[in-house]
Design a protein around this ligand. Structure first.
Ligand code: ZN
Ligand code: ZN
Length: 263
């Protein structure tokens, strides 16, 4: 049994994660160009023939940019809640009817030899969700784009072998930063994103003796710094009495590769 996963990119300019067993692979979000997704999968030696689908968390552009292209190119099923389908239908282009799959919150489904659990998040999208992927005893919980920790997240993510959790902003940097007031308010709200502090507090609940590694994700480029996110999260965990911490790292941001010019 094994699960391999890596973040292709994370942050407000594009998000995508690969997660898979020896046999089955999934993308969680495809918010990069199709070309960049294929390149990054190849760099990480993923055999795209094993891809069994794309799980979509919500319809914001940084999560769906490459969904249509990837589905058409590789004939991949796309799994999303009804609300997310409504929200993204205009932007993803035509997706074959057989590849339009509907998810329900709090449900569980099997894709290849992976088990997928779906939890509601709290975010300003139509019906946003987060996913936990299991294979046998191993599990990876992914949660970004949520302004608070929901009941479903608590249930599905606590005790996962690996966690990918949002640490979006430092509240002081957000307050002093360049964003307009309405956007600052939205980001800091319960329908927005987790701050570094909130991420640390959530991790104090989610990390158990089974947790081997943590990845901080969806860091704001304007309102956060990777070293600050790491430091804050570790400090909160230490204050909460964690002596030994699992490995904690920060997911890479997305830098779009230059478009190739056709003469
Ligand atoms: Zn996002
Ligand atoms: Zn979002």
């Amino acid at each position: 049994m094994s699960i391999k996963f890596f973040t292709l990119a994370s942050g407000s300019s594009g998000n995508a994660v690969y997660v898979g067993s020896e046999k089955s692979g999934l993308l969680i979000d495809a918010g990069l160009t199709g070309k960049d997704i294929c390149e990054k999968l190849a760099q990480n030696k993923v055999n795209t023939e094993n891809l069994e689908g794309i799980l979509v968390t919500h319809e914001h552009r940084d999560h769906i940019k490459g969904v249509g292209v990837m589905s058409r190119k590789l004939d991949l099923p796309v799994f999303a809640t009804e609300g997310t389908w409504q929200g993204m239908k205009q932007s993803v282009g035509k997706i074959a009817e057989k590849n339009q799959k509907y998810l329900e919150v709090d449900n569980c489904l099997e894709i290849g030899d992976l088990k997928v659990e779906v939890a509601a998040t709290s975010h300003d999208a139509q019906e946003p969700v987060a996913f936990t992927i299991h294979q046998g005893e191993l599990s990876v919980g992914f949660a970004t784009d949520t302004g608070q920790i929901t009941r479903g997240l608590r249930k599905n993510i606590t005790g996962c072998t690996a966690l990918v959790l949002e640490a979006n902003h430092d509240p002081t940097m957000l307050r002093r930063g360049p964003y307009p007031a309405y956007l600052k308010k939205r980001i800091a709200s319960v329908m927005g994103h987790l701050s570094n502090q909130m991420s640390g507090e959530a991790l104090a609940e989610f990390i158990t003796g089974k947790t081997e590694q943590v990845t901080l994700a969806h860091l704001s480029e304007q309102n956060n710094i990777p070293s600050l996110a790491l430091e804050t999260v570790k400090q909160v965990l230490q204050e909460k009495g964690f002596d030994e911490l699992p490995e904690i790292k920060v997911a890479p941001r997305y830098k779009a590769s230059k478009a190739s010019n056709l003469a």
